[in-house]
Design a protein around this ligand. Sequence first.
Ligand code: AMP
Ligand code: ZN
Length: 468
Amino acid sequence: MKLYNTLTKRKEEFIPLEEGKVKMYVCGPTVYNFIHIGNARPMIVFDTARRYMEYKGYEVNFVSNFTDVDDKIIKKSLEEGVPAEEISERYIKECKKDMADMNVKPATTHPKATEEIDGMIEMIETLIEKGYAYPVDGTVYFRTRKFNEYGKLSHKNLDDLRSGNRSLLVSGEDQKEDPLDFVLWKPKKEGEPFWVSPWGEGRPGWHIECSVMSKKYLGEEIDIHAGGEDLIFPHHENEIAQSECCNGKIFARYWLHNGFLNIDNRKMSKSLGNFFTVREIGEQYDLQVLRFFMLSAHYRSPINFSREIMESSKNALERIVTAVSNLKHLEETAKTANVTEEEKELLKEMAVYRQKFEEAMDDDLNTADAVSAIFELVKFANTHSGEASSAEFIKTVKDEIISLSDILGLLVDKKEDNLDAEIENLIAERQTARKARNFKRADEIRDQLLAQGIILEDTREGVKWKRA
Ligand code: AMP
Ligand code: ZN
């Protein structure tokens, strides 16, 4: 499997540190609000990477943090007049719900920054001892000049960056030795959460959190570190500096970054106000549609969000779901059980779609081409299955579609139970509408069900339904 490594700017063959195992860290969200669909992109694409590696037989230790101490959380807690912890706990819960609805698997560990403060103090102490950090009046800075490789991930011209930030030093606003030095620990301000440290009461900087949580749950050297491309500089550059100077080892071998989710060609972000939360989208679409939309593009390409694209994603996903549902029906009504010789040949031919799927995923997780392989398989299924097919043939084809979709975390096998529950709910709503003499709504529901192939019958024992 090849992965594009931001560190080397090349696609490289993936070789894990330990055979058969993957240690992977993905920077998680700051929890001060509902997550937006831009934040959902790294969740979906790196969950898919994990699923694919698990499919290939790797045991994946997947760690993703929650940043639960931050200026934005504190601001929100002051606005609401509740402790910061109440804000972060609330949005961690909401985030986990959104993840489940997008079929993003829970991480092996979801550490929270506030529960790892001791480890952060320890790492900062080591960095000071080794001469890589220095305290000034309760603030501790990282000494970037001491780390020769600073800048290796972002490939930026550091001298340009330095001169761009020099004005701060000149004006005396900052007590840094170098404009690129960054904060490891900062003193508390009135009303803010704080922890006791050798440098006074305060709280950690953002970057140190990930270095510490990654080390604690995955070890000093890991295989993959991932996040959105806005994290390359300074966040990931700083994580490398902290971890490599503290541990004396290469921090992460492969650095993976997803492109932005844009709206009108601008990055979707809270600060620009041009965002939709996952929750909002979930009210209009099954979140499988959102997942499908994200996977229809390569994870490193920018993607533009729009209603039209959600509608076309919905229709495209529906084509797979319908194919599976039709195959199920054919399987149940098949007149013969076992595959014929001719069908055996067809099944041999079918293997080509899984091959195409794997080739695409092995090429830097090209989910767009993997999805195309599933569509080719659907076309094959629609062409070669019919009332004369054997149950075994139909089942094999159906299982192949479900299996490939499942590797991408796409649920295309609509469970009859869920479907039944949906129908029952609509029937109950129709009864309520009729009682309230809202015949327009009652008729709408009957027509909607009819469009799904469900016929309603009014009987003495109540409303019954059957498939057309
Ligand atoms: P934040 O809570 O802003 O730290 O973001 C959490 C994760 O979402 C990070 O990996 C970001 O890079 C990623 N992210 C934020 N906005 C977008 C966007 N519009 N498109 C893609 N990824 C994003
Ligand atoms: Zn991070």
